[in-house]
Design a protein around this ligand. Structure first.
Ligand code: NAG
Ligand code: NAG
Ligand code: NAG
Length: 442
């Protein structure tokens, strides 16, 4: 009996030695400090969409992003999509719950009212997350019990409570859809640097395409962290319109999908930014009684609590009229493409007989659905900010071109910032390689 035991022990030693020899077991030195790490992977894994526009399998629709949103009772998650309005059929939400798939729940599909007659429109899909599912990803199915979901693309769910380590921002500017060969570098740089001086912390830009110099500038700002570029290849999926009205301009979708990008931007800013400004890149939301947006909003908020949406009047400065002294006509900027905003100080009065578009500052947490010039669904009030407190400086082609110079108002508000603005613009241009030193000497 004793003999058999010791034979077994000896045999085990021989086997172990043999296994070490053929490299199946680690040598004894590594048994003490094992380096082999146990990797726990959720099984099964899902195929996460890597794009900002994801075609939805077996439909004509596209998904853009998904967010946790429990502000309305009965729903937990919201998907923002681009849906073909004449092709809406029942859909089912399915979640990936940190390791397993949930059962499906029915999807509530709500096309936004401002589609301007285009075949495709911004669409919200609201879903309920089943009990005891710690949802990390979501997708939509056309059948409640599909045979095979392994080729489905999934959206990560943003704004989850566990996911909230980003720094707090005060102001985010959302710039929808750059397209064409827009290359107005000087005005773009000046606007971004003005935003910084006014207290803006982040600018989110949806980029379909733009000119080569602007592309360089954007990359440089995005490396620095001030600009967040969201690729927006909408023209690869649809024939987007350059206009706002289907009857007049044709195409599949309003203005390169502007409304979808603005909604996406509000939701991606919801948990990280106190305020969001919805304006175009050549528009500067300018306080006229305060040095920066922070102190202006503190005042407005103390006078008007529970306001979700602050409306700001747009004022046009014709780029045809130049300020006569030429003091800001800097030779080193001659080779930088674009408009120099400091040279234009003549403001049109809006024609108040016609509809006069406004732009908005919102508290993102109080907004559910937005359009371009107003919020569509919100959980708070609206307030129109008096033009003496704040208005938009918008330097562009005159809207009322028949007005004579003496009918325009002189407005040099931008000059109050020139001392800091000019060196900051130079620095940004130089960093992007758009201002060369020898030209600066001239
Ligand atoms: C949910 O899952 C995430 C990661 O997937 C994890 O960090 C978190 O702790 C989970 N929460 C709960 C309540 O289990
Ligand atoms: C499910 O679909 C994938 C990809 O289309 C395919 O590779 C797989 O074999 C299918 N599985 C079943 C069970 O049909
Ligand atoms: C936001 O504003 C507060 C108060 O004005 C300021 O203390 C804080 O530094 C600002 N945060 C950022 C990220 O600029």
């Amino acid at each position: 009996m004793k003999k058999t035991k010791s034979t077994i022990v000896i045999l085990l030693f021989i086997v172990a030695y043999f296994l070490i020899f053929i490299n199946i077991l680690p040598p004894k030195s590594r048994w003490v400090f094992p380096e082999v790490k146990l990797v726990l992977q959720p099984v099964p894994a899902v195929l996460t969409s890597q794009q900002s526009i994801t075609p939805l399998t077996n439909t004509k629709h596209f998904l853009v992003s998904a967010f946790m949103d429990q502000r309305r009772t009965g729903f937990d998650a919201r998907i923002i999509g681009i849906f073909r309005r004449d092709s809406i059929h029942p859909l089912h939400c399915i979640f990936f719950c940190a390791g397993f798939f949930s059962k499906t729940t029915s999807a509530s599909v709500l096309v936004h009212s401002d589609h301007f007659g285009f075949p495709f429109g911004a669409t919200d899909v609201l879903c309920r997350i089943p009990e005891s599912c710690n949802a990390t990803h979501v997708t939509l199915l056309t059948k409640q019990n599909p045979v095979n979901i392994s080729d489905q693309l999934w959206l990560p769910i943003r704004n989850r409570k566990t996911h909230n380590k980003e720094t707090r921002l005060n102001f985010t500017v959302c710039i929808s859809t750059l397209f064409g060969d827009y290359n107005n570098v000087l005005q773009f740089t000046q606007s971004l640097e003005m935003y910084k001086l006014l207290g803006v912390n982040r600018v989110v830009i949806y980029n379909t395409n733009c000119g080569p110099d602007l592309d360089r500038l954007l990359k440089s700002y995005s490396q620095e962290g001030f600009v967040e570029i969201v690729p927006w290849p909408i023209n690869q999926y649809l024939n987007p319109s350059r206009g706002w009205n289907f009857k007049e301009h044709g195409g599949d979708l309003h203005y390169f999908g502007q409304i979808i990008t603005l909604n996406d931007c509000i939701y991606r800013s919801m948990e990280r930014s106190r305020y969001v400004l919805l304006n175009d890149i050549d528009e500067i939301i300018m306080p006229y009684q305060h040095d920066n947006l922070n102190s202006m909003m503190d005042m407005l908020q103390s006078q008007h609590s529970n306001v979700a949406e602050f409306l700001i009047e747009n004022h046009i400065f014709s780029k045809k009229h130049f300020e006569p002294s030429g003091r800001f006509h800097l030779p080193r900027w001659n080779k930088v493409p674009g408009v120099n905003i400091l040279e234009h100080i003549y403001r049109e009065d809006p024609d108040r007989n016609f509809y006069h578009p406004l732009k908005i500052i919102v508290q993102p947490r109080l907004v559910e659905q937005t359009s371009v010039h107003e919020v569509l669904k919100k959980f708070g009030q609206r307030f129109k900010v008096p033009m003496g407190v704040c208005r938009i400086i918008y330097i562009r082609v005159a809207l009322r071109g028949s007005l004579k110079l003496e009918q325009l108002h002189e407005d040099k508000r931008l000059w109050d910032f020139q001392e800091k603005l000019i060196p900051n613009v130079d620095k940004a241009l130089r960093r992007a390689g758009l201002l060369r030193e020898e030209e600066e000497q001239s």
